[in-house]
Ligand binder design. Structure first.
Ligand code: FPP
Length: 244
């Protein structure tokens, strides 16, 4: 089965560049090519949503020169790619706190969202200055404010309502999480939304992540039995009931 929503931590750009004695920025640039490929593949295959971690809230701690080269890369990439994405019916959305970005980057973000907002193909969510804990705290603030102004009762707060207050609540949670670069951690990505995702870790560095590598991750996913807390036998019984 094809995942409806794929989430990706695109790790390994820096190491890819180091191996070639290139500046880290060259690794990020090469990473854009791999990003383009996975976006095209998802759009072609009919994946509903792809969420990529472009810049975490913690990435501000990198050397200033790397942060500024990443920011320029974001502006140039968005400007160069958004029209092509629009032609492919891709809807582009950003999640994260964009207020810390330059006016120019905020404008590129807003324009790309505006241009593609009515598209009905793949939804590409770009997490930029995003952190899973930030997302959860934000949801808490929204709900606390709603309780304070009386529009929500404290007893009404349950998982479903909380879920509707975090980012990406309008779409199914990621079915498949992919992390390249060999590390096996979530790194404060969609920590609420990944609760039941299948986690796929691969050593390949992001710029080397090919169509075949993506295909391999989809094959691996297709072989998973998603139990959501149930037993394997219950799932077999559920399936039999559905086909009757
Ligand atoms: C992690 O690799 C990668 C990033 C922090 C940046 C990812 C960004 C892109 C691929 C550009 C995408 C562009 C847009 C507009 C969506 P790393 O630097 O941590 O690698 P390392 O672990 O080898 O050092």
């Amino acid at each position: 089965m094809l995942p409806r929503h794929v989430a990706v931590v695109m790790d390994g750009n820096g190491r890819w560049a180091n191996k070639r004695h290139l500046p880290r920025a060259a690794g990020h640039k090469a990473g854009v090519n791999a990003t383009r490929k996975i976006v095209e593949n998802c759009a072609k295959k009919g994946v509903e949503a792809l969420t990529i971690f472009a810049f975490s809230s913690e990435n501000w701690n990198r050397p200033e020169s790397e942060v500024s080269s990443l920011m320029s890369l974001f502006v140039s990439t968005i400007t160069a790619e958004v029209k092509k994405l629009h032609k492919k019916n891709v809807r582009v959305c950003f999640i994260g706190d964009r207020s810390r970005f330059s006016a120019k980057l905020q404008q590129s973000i807003a324009e790309s969202e505006e241009l593609t907002r009515d598209n009905t193909g793949l939804q590409l969510n770009i997490a930029a200055n995003y952190g899973g804990r930030w997302d959860i705290v934000n949801a808490c603030r929204q709900l606390a404010a709603a309780v304070r102004d009386g529009s929500v009762a404290l007893d009404d707060i349950d998982e479903q309502l909380f879920d509707s207050s975090v980012c990406l609540s309008e779409m199914p949670a990621p079915d498949l999480f992919i992390r390249t670069g060999g590390e096996q951690r979530i790194s404060n990505f969609l920590i609420w939304q990944l609760a039941y995702s299948e986690l796929y870790f691969v050593d390949t560095l992001w710029p080397d992540f090919s169509d075949d590598d993506f295909e391999a991750s989809l094959d691996w996913y297709a072989g998973r039995q998603r139990r959501f807390g149930k037993t394997g036998q219950q799932l077999i019984d559920d399936q039999a009931m559905q086909s009757n």
